[in-house]
Design a protein around this ligand. Structure first.
Ligand code: SIN
Length: 275
């Protein structure tokens, strides 16, 4: 977060924690955004990494239109989409689910060569209790490491593989799962700040290290990401929407409500190659 509070003219921004997450009010997402509001939402996302909107009664076309105001929409390589809307991912759990999307710390589809910049999830129905989503600040995770560790990690790259989560955990069939090599520490293209870019959903090994070294280092970093001081926890209501920046935040969807149902739709905005 910036040290000086930004002043917003068209929206209200209320942080839900000092580290990550803010609730935005004063905007109706059924309508196209004006330039000033679009730019303020972009600023709020840069400052808070994940932003939340309440009571947004939008349909799938309005959801896609909102996403397109921030970039081209991404089509997921394996996950089921809403009928007639290939850009809309269905996030669904019920009594028949064996696993759910996002139930470990991750950054969406980081196994792509150009992972998505952001994801926008609109919640349609919820269990009577539970089903929260947690978010973690990867600038804070990087900055909390010692300087020698920061320097060591800054020279490394890691493999991100779709097969383990998309194929293994979620059982989504594909001829070939995406796989990509990314820097362990990336520089955010908008803020210019460095952040940690490995996650337990997709990162499988550090390039150039022996396998026991890679495992130990990844385990240390995945454990580090679990530090509660880097987190916020969002309690959904029906028609809430969350917009997170996958470049500098990770998230974790809790599955504490089985066998109850939960349903949402996600639109994902394309990103660039991490540097
Ligand atoms: C995800 O996009 O990873 C799922 C998040 C959620 O269901 O809360």
């Amino acid at each position: 977060m910036s040290e000086q509070a930004t002043s917003y003219e068209t929206i209200k921004v209320d942080p839900i924690s000092p580290v990550i997450g803010a609730e935005i009010s004063g905007v109706d997402l059924t309508q196209p955004l004006g330039n000033q509001t679009q730019s303020e939402i972009q600023t709020a996302l840069s400052e808070h990494l994940v932003i939340f909107f309440r009571d947004q009664d939008i349909d799938l076309e309005q959801h896609k239109a909102f996403g397109r105001q921030f970039g081209k929409l991404h089509i997921h390589p394996t996950a089921p989409s809403a009928e007639g809307h290939p850009e809309v991912l269905v996030i669904k759990a019920d009594e028949a689910s064996k696993a759910i999307a996002g139930n470990r710390w991750h950054s969406d589809v980081s196994c792509n060569e150009e992972p998505p910049m952001g994801s926008i999830l609109h919640m349609r129905s919820l269990p009577p209790a539970g089903g929260d989503t947690m978010f973690a600040n990867m600038y804070a995770a990087f900055e909390a490491l010692s300087e020698p560790m920061q320097t060591f990690l800054s020279g490394l790259s890691a493999w991100h593989e779709g097969a383990q989560t998309l194929g293994g955990t979620l059982g989504q069939a594909a001829k070939e799962y995406p796989k990509a090599l990314h820097p362990v520490v990336r520089t955010h293209p908008v803020t210019g700040r460095k952040c940690l870019f490995v996650n337990s959903g997709f990162t499988t090994r550090i390039d150039g290290l022996a396998s026991n070294e890679s495992r130990a280092l990844l385990d240390m970093l995945f454990d580090h990401v679990r530090t509660p001081e880097f987190h916020c926890r969002f309690r959904w209501r029906e028609k809430s929407m969350a917009f997170w920046d996958n470049r500098c935040a990770q998230h974790y969807a809790l599955w504490d409500y089985y066998p109850q149902k939960r349903l949402g739709y996600r639109v994902t905005v394309c990103g660039d190659r991490p540097e």
